[in-house]
Design a protein around this ligand. Structure first.
Ligand SMILES: *[C@@H]1O[C@H](CO)[C@@H](O)[C@H](O)[C@H]1NC(C)=O
Ligand SMILES: *[C@@H]1O[C@H](CO)[C@@H](O)[C@H](O)[C@H]1NC(C)=O
Ligand SMILES: *[C@@H]1O[C@H](CO)[C@@H](O)[C@H](O)[C@H]1NC(C)=O
Length: 420
């Protein structure tokens, strides 16, 4: 009897431990927060914790590139520890290399028992951007007995079944419809890449990427991936797939328009404010919150616990020629649809009416849960309203008008919300 009881207790506890390991992280670009204070970090962390994000993957370059990396890692760990958040270092191998094994080891050893450190499978978590074939065995052998769990970015899923570099899992960066290079696929996002990782991973952990958007407009980098309904479509894929871990790409990469953080004033600007300033994405956090809860509980669909409408749209129809753009029309944008998106988060069924500028109003019946709709884009004011039993429960005008002219190309999304 006693044995049986202990056995059950054990099973129950190990079940709990397994459930507790499912975690959602967000990729944080340390390179843009040279002068962040611990309080700045805490502001970001509070926003992330509010929707159930467990920690940040701290993307950073070595001190020879960004001399503030050690300082900002220390700030991030301190803020995380104070707020019960858990971070890990994501070495950006665009800058780190094979010769940096000793420095990588000393950073990981230093933080491996820090109260702000994230763990997976009993080991301090470490990750990367690129650096696929770095030999982690050397690092692991020099951890002074501390366990490390390495889940680097791996670009070739078949590598997982033949790797000997000491990795414990793989992070995929295929968060947008693409062929693996940066060619723009005529969307939408599928799980074709995830399926390849799952096929080859064996016992390794899969960290699946989730990204709401992609648009970038630099001299050297000028395209958009087709990602229009991706803020909910991708999460629906994740709920079916149930990967061991999720990483949101990204928390604060304003340059590629896939940020979900607030546009805090204390980060540096590489020129991306041209398309990211005054284009809030905060409401995508509200939209992700119920999906994150569903992912962690193992549910295949999210539960709405309140009524809310999250909307997003681009500022100009795709065919408009901008008058003062030095770089030119971004690659891939001809594949966008001129539509406005609305995701209804509803505790009970309701009617959603959208009037997009000069288009006639369109009303759809929406069941309970979270459902995403699109409406033909019209120039002018964007109006949304949700009614239930003939009573308007929420709505209003979008925070930005859609215009018929532009100086520079901007295929970023303006995101807003109305709550009851
Ligand atoms: C070790 O951690 C402390 C904070 O606990 C930090 O100030 C220092 O820069 C870290 N050193 C390395 C090598 O990471
Ligand atoms: C950070 O602060 C230093 C010193 O005040 C300043 O020179 C630098 O431009 C600041 N960096 C950013 C990105 O604001
Ligand atoms: C808009 O909604 C329709 C109907 O659900 C769907 O077929 C279409 O793919 C959607 N368009 C975009 C760009 O998401």
């Amino acid at each position: 009897m006693q044995v049986a009881k202990n056995l059950l207790g054990c099973l129950y506890l190990s079940g709990l431990a397994l459930a507790a390991e499912k975690a959602v992280y967000a990729h944080f670009m340390v390179g843009i927060v040279e002068n962040y204070t611990v309080d700045d970090w805490k502001q970001d962390i509070a926003q992330a914790q509010e929707i159930g994000i467990d920690g940040f993957a701290l993307n950073c370059a070595p001190p020879r590139v960004d001399n503030y990396t050690p300082k900002q890692l220390a700030n991030a760990y301190e803020a995380a520890a104070d707020l019960g958040f858990h971070v890990f270092v994501s070495f950006d191998f665009a800058y780190w290399g094979d010769n940096d094994a000793a420095d990588i080891t000393s950073i990981l050893r230093n933080y491996s028992s820090h109260p702000g450190q994230a763990y997976y499978n009993g080991g301090a978590l470490a990750s990367t951007f690129v650096g696929d074939y770095f030999n982690w065995n050397t690092v692991k052998n020099n951890m002074g007995g501390k366990k490390l769990t390495v889940i680097p970015m791996i670009q070739d899923p078949t590598y997982l079944s033949r790797q000997t570099t000491g990795i414990d899992g793989a992070l995929s960066w295929y968060a947008w419809p693409t062929d693996g290079g940066n060619s723009v696929n005529p969307a939408p996002m599928t799980t074709i890449w995830d399926d390849r990782y799952l096929e080859h991973k064996g016992n390794l952990a899969y960290m699946a990427p989730v990204s709401p958007w992609f648009f970038t407009h630099f001299n050297t980098k000028n395209w958009a991936f087709i990602c229009e309904d991706q803020p909910t479509r991708r999460w629906e894929q994740i709920l079916q797939m149930k990967p061991e871990l999720v990483e949101i790409l990204t928390w604060n990469d304003f340059g590629e328009s896939h940020y979900i953080s607030g546009h805090e004033p204390h980060h540096s600007d590489d020129g991306s404010s041209e398309w990211a300033a005054d284009f809030p994405h905060d409401a995508w956090r509200s939209l992700m919150k119920p999906y994150i809860a569903a992912y962690k509980s193992g549910a295949v669909s999210p539960t709405a616990t309140h009524d809310e409408l999250v909307y997003w749209y681009r500022p100009v129809p795709k065919g408009i020629q901008c008058t003062n753009d030095k770089i030119g029309r971004p690659r891939g944008v001809e594949l966008f649809d001129d539509v406005v998106f609305a995701s209804a988060i509803l505790t009970e069924p309701a009617e959603l009416t959208v009037t997009s500028g000069n288009q006639p109003p369109v009303t759809v019946s929406v069941p309970a849960g979270i459902h995403t709709f699109n409406f033909t884009m019209g120039v002018g004011e964007q109006k949304f309203s949700v009614t239930r039993g003939g009573t308007t429960i929420l709505g209003g005008s979008g925070g930005k008008q859609i215009q018929q002219f532009c100086e520079t190309y901007n295929f970023n999304a303006y995101v807003g919300a109305f709550a009851a």
